[in-house]
Design a protein around this ligand. Sequence first.
Ligand code: NAP
Length: 250
Amino acid sequence: MSERPIVVITGSSRGIGAASARLFASQGYGVCINYFRNAEAAESVARDVRAAGVACITVQADVSLETDTLRLFETVDRELGTLTTLVNNAGILLKQSRLLGMDADRINKLFKTNVTSCFICSREAVKRMSTASGGEGGTIVNVSSIAAVLGSPNEYTDYAATKGAIDTFTRGLALEVAGEGIRVNGVRPGIIDTTIHADGGEPGRVQRLGPTVPLGRGGTAEEIAEAIYWLASDKSSYATGTTIDLSGGR
Ligand code: NAP
């Protein structure tokens, strides 16, 4: 890897992505904070990152759009330097619904944002990192969900299925690029205290379900960031194609 590692974290203006940006910065990484709509939140994370003494840029890009994603990576090339790590974190869920309430527009929106984005961002990262094309190698960490295993019946089977796709992609891409200096791994968070639950129509989800988790509480964004960082760093040098459950035992 380069002397000064550079990470792109998609969707890092809030939640797990923001906690990851702060942690990577504390470990000396230059950070690209990607956001969708919330420029103010992105700037607030950027202030914390810069306070750690590392380079930082914020880039607005809707990663469900290929053109925006290309612009995101070109901006990093130009303004930050050689990419060493990608965290595919951006993701959405939509209002809780049984299958009978879902239409193709909803399902396609989820797959575009949660899955297609992960493929296209990873493609751009592999182009830059692969030792087969003159790169220095690198790491990719995909943020899945324990929903991929649980299926999320009556709430969001569509969201759960996007995360199942991420898990399969993590495995497949890891094997595809294992000989090119790139490791690909993932995390499967459980119920984590972020604002994503309000988008599902249940802002109090962590309070409602936290006590039912074997460890007796919801998790924090910082607890997920620790595992993301470990998988991205040389500390996990013999791990590839694996996804870690971070769901309090659920
Ligand atoms: P969050 O608090 O809702 O934050 C979502 C982030 O993604 C924001 O920074 C948002 O940007 C960004 N984003 C949304 N759509 C985007 C798009 N099209 N392009 C670029 N950025 C986009 O979410 P979170 O809870 O931290 O979740 C992060 C990841 O963890 C997601 O993949 C989620 O599925 C996964 N996860 C979360 C939980 C949980 O309980 N929280 C559990 C399992 C898995 P703006 O601020 O600009 O809107």
